[in-house]
Design a protein around this ligand. Structure first.
Ligand code: FES
Length: 147
């Protein structure tokens, strides 16, 4: 049992998901009554191509311990190439976060379609477990830096 588990730490996960695939997949998980961690707060956006890296920084700044970005599978984006732009952006952004001292394990990127409710539930549980292992992210939060 890790130190985070023994202290009962429950990480806050912010998930930015595209409206057309992952949000529908998360909805399917709900309507199918698939159980998964309640630590995730879902923010629906039109497409992963719309997600600015600043959204992610703001989430961490305001207390998120981990961030998940998920959208349509390659070739399925409803705006043709938004997810390809997002994939390229996250490849670079993860490296920048690592350079800034943030553990890259706190930022996850995935593809979940509208038919993959089970995959969504498993993904959320995996992210929660990994972020719980890393412990709370206090050094980037506004409250911690002003204390
Ligand atoms: S519409 Fe889902 S990633 Fe673009």
């Amino acid at each position: 049992m890790s130190e985070s588990e023994s202290t009962g730490f429950q990480p806050k996960i912010v998930a930015f998901v595209c409206n057309w695939c992952t949000y529908a997949g998360a909805d399917l998980a709900g309507t199918s009554r698939t159980k998964y961690g309640a630590n995730v707060r879902v923010i629906r956006v039109p497409c992963t191509g719309r997600i600015s890296p600043l959204f992610v920084l703001k989430a961490f700044e305001n207390g998120a311990d981990g961030v998940l970005v998920s959208g349509c599978h390659p070739g399925d984006c409803h705006y043709i190439s938004g997810n390809y732009h997002a994939r390229r952006r996250w490849t670079v952004f993860r490296e920048e976060l690592f350079f800034l001292g943030l553990d890259p394990g706190r930022l996850h990127f995935s593809w979940v379609s509208a038919a993959e409710g089970g995959k969504w539930a498993a993904l959320v549980d995996k992210v929660i477990t990994e972020v719980r292992e890393l412990g709370p992210l206090s050094s980037w939060s506004r409250k911690a830096s002003s204390a």
